[in-house]
Design a protein around this ligand. Structure first.
Ligand code: CA2
Length: 150
């Protein structure tokens, strides 16, 4: 069975409560339910987590990568700053896809750079909660071999 960790970074626990014009009205629980329905239909083992702590995200990337699971990651603001997350992806060998709810390229300059994009297989942004579903569809076939099968 393929396994995917969906990892959410800082402040994403606030989704649905503030800034709906940028991030939409759905909560993170709503997004989890959406993905879980899709994962169940595909027979994928889904682990869905959020943390405001960089080191916790690092540990979860290790857990995913070392077990052969893929990583779908919305690292929030850490996407733009974190060398630790980048090193966790390369170090654990986690096949990863970066996602964002908003179109970061239509926003402030500091959101135009990602430290993790070069070590991810691809990046999807700007489609709201659909970014998660599109990322899931992109990641799943990349887990075809021994990697990603739990
Ligand atoms: O568009 C995305 O998904 C982001 O990863 C969201 C991050 C932001 O720092 C990235 O540049 C792009 C911010 C997440 C904060 O989410 C909030 C949700 C509601 C209210 C306040 C913050």
């Amino acid at each position: 069975m393929s396994a995917i960790f969906v990892l959410n970074g800082p402040n994403l626990n606030l989704l649905g409560r503030r800034e709906p014009a940028i991030y939409g009205a759905d909560t993170l629980d709503d997004i989890e339910a959406l993905l879980r329905a899709r994962a169940d239909a595909e027979g994928v083992a889904l682990t869905f987590r959020q943390s405001n702590v960089e080191g916790e995200l690092v540990g979860w990337i290790h857990e995913a990568g070392l077990s052969g699971a893929g990583v779908l990651i919305n690292a929030g603001a850490y996407s733009h700053t974190s060398i630790a997350l980048r090193d966790a992806i390369t170090g654990s060998g986690a096949t990863s896809v970066e996602i964002h709810l908003s179109n970061v390229y239509a926003r402030e300059d500091f959101r135009h750079k990602s430290t993790i994009a070069p070590v991810c297989r691809g990046v999807i942004c700007g489609f709201g909660k659909a970014s998660y579903l599109l990322g899931f569809e992109a990641l799943l076939p990349l887990l075809g071999g021994a990697a990603g099968k739990a």
